[in-house]
Design a protein around this ligand. Structure first.
Ligand code: UT7
Length: 335
């Protein structure tokens, strides 16, 4: 058995900044409401035609590969997490393989919403632990902005989400006490429709139904979220899955050097921080600048934390996520 470690990190966000005031010009919302309820000050939206989920993923991946020191030809596998693929099929993993000029390695697409990156990391970790692969490129990229309901009707969802991508190269680590110590994955499909985008879907309304009906009031092709219900479940599941990860490694809360929660809502992160009595230096948040970028939020935050020198060798880094599905997950990394 081998360990896997993160050998390189990168992120990319579009230049186009959308402030809360910008949103208040197109829908019934205010900077005050958004900041008070979510902590978000601004987010990035792509300029149509300039970026896609794949191109953002490629930009983040190039930085991660460069920093890892791994040769492109030595990457053995791709895992790509997104809920906003360029196409209904195929998934963006293969497009990334092509754009990066990688040889004909496998490309796996993961769709686990806000938990997508931690799920992807877990999958990659298993392949490296068994010895099957040595270097795996894990990418999470989201283009939310083109799919949001930017009218008053969608304000409870649309102000939260942003575009961006993050990437990590996972490499074999011989030291058994370093790298990804464990990952913990969960789901509860009973609540699938509490945060979902139902159309187009083969089991619901397909494109042809939507075109035939021509019903402008149809909300099924916009994300729907029962915000308060999601919030209440999030704080419980975040707490559980962090405790589970600590217990699996005989660690205490005091052993956490840095917690990087999925950037769902600053109030959720603050709740978790208070619950575990962590100080400001032990929890990393950047939702204020980027909003909620779903699967991309953890790798973007992890990269920024690393760039800012907040992650040192030997640190215990905890990743935790909760989102649509419901799905939730955690990972503990000994840096
Ligand atoms: O990343 C995946 C997981 N996602 C999450 O974890 C998100 C969890 N949920 C949340 O973050 C919060 O529930 C939201 C930020 C989505 C909403 O905050 P809230 O404090 O739960 O607000 P609410 O939905 O209870 O709405 C309160 C009021 C409502 O008006 P009334 O009924 O009290 O008159 C809403 O219509 O705020 C209104 N409202 C808004 N007002 C101004 C909803 N959205 C907006 C808005 N601007 N953008």
């Amino acid at each position: 058995m081998f360990q896997s470690k993160i050998s390189g990190l990168g992120y990319y966000v579009p230049d186009n900044i959308i402030t809360n005031d910008d949103l208040s010009k197109i829908m019934d919302t205010t900077d005050e409401w958004i900041q008070e309820r979510t902590g978000i000050k601004e987010r990035r939206h792509i300029v149509k035609g300039e970026d896609t989920t794949t191109t953002m993923g490629v930009k983040a991946a190039k930085i991660a590969i460069e920093r890892s020191g791994v040769d492109y030809q030595d990457i053995d596998f791709i895992v790509f997490a997104t809920i906003s693929p360029d196409y209904y099929f195929p998934g963006p993993g293969v497009a990334l393989q092509h754009e990066l000029g990688l040889k004909t390695i496998g490309a796996l697409d993961i769709r686990n919403q806000c938990s997508g990156f931690v799920y992807a990391l877990s999958v990659a970790d298993q392949f490296i632990k068994t010895g099957m692969y040595k270097n795996i490129l894990v990418v999470a990229s989201e283009l939310q902005s083109l799919g949001l309901d930017m009218t008053d009707r969608g304000r409870g969802v649309s102000v939260i989400f942003g575009d961006g991508a993050g990437a990590a190269v996972l490499s074999r680590e011989e030291n058994p006490s370093k790298g990804i110590l464990s990952t913990h994955l969960h789901s509860e499909g009973e609540h699938a429709k509490e945060l979902a985008l139902l159309a187009p879907g083969m089991g619901g309304r397909w494109i042809t139904d939507i075109l035939e009906d021509n019903s402008p009031d149809d909300e099924s092709y916009f994300p729907h979220m029962n915000g308060q219900f999601v919030f209440k479940n999030a704080v419980v599941r975040f707490t559980e899955v962090i405790i589970e990860a600590l217990q699996a490694n005989n660690l205490q809360v005091s052993d956490i050097d840095l917690l990087i929660p999925h950037q769902a809502n600053l109030r959720i992160s603050q709740f978790i921080q208070k619950k575990f009595d962590l100080n400001d230096d032990q929890v990393f948040n950047n939702i204020q600048k980027y909003g909620n970028t779903t699967a991309a939020s953890i790798p973007i935050a992890l990269t920024e934390a690393w760039e800012q020198g907040k992650i040192k060798e030997g640190d215990n880094i905890v990743l935790a996520a909760f989102g649509s599905g419901f799905t939730w997950a955690s990972a503990i990394i000994k840096w």
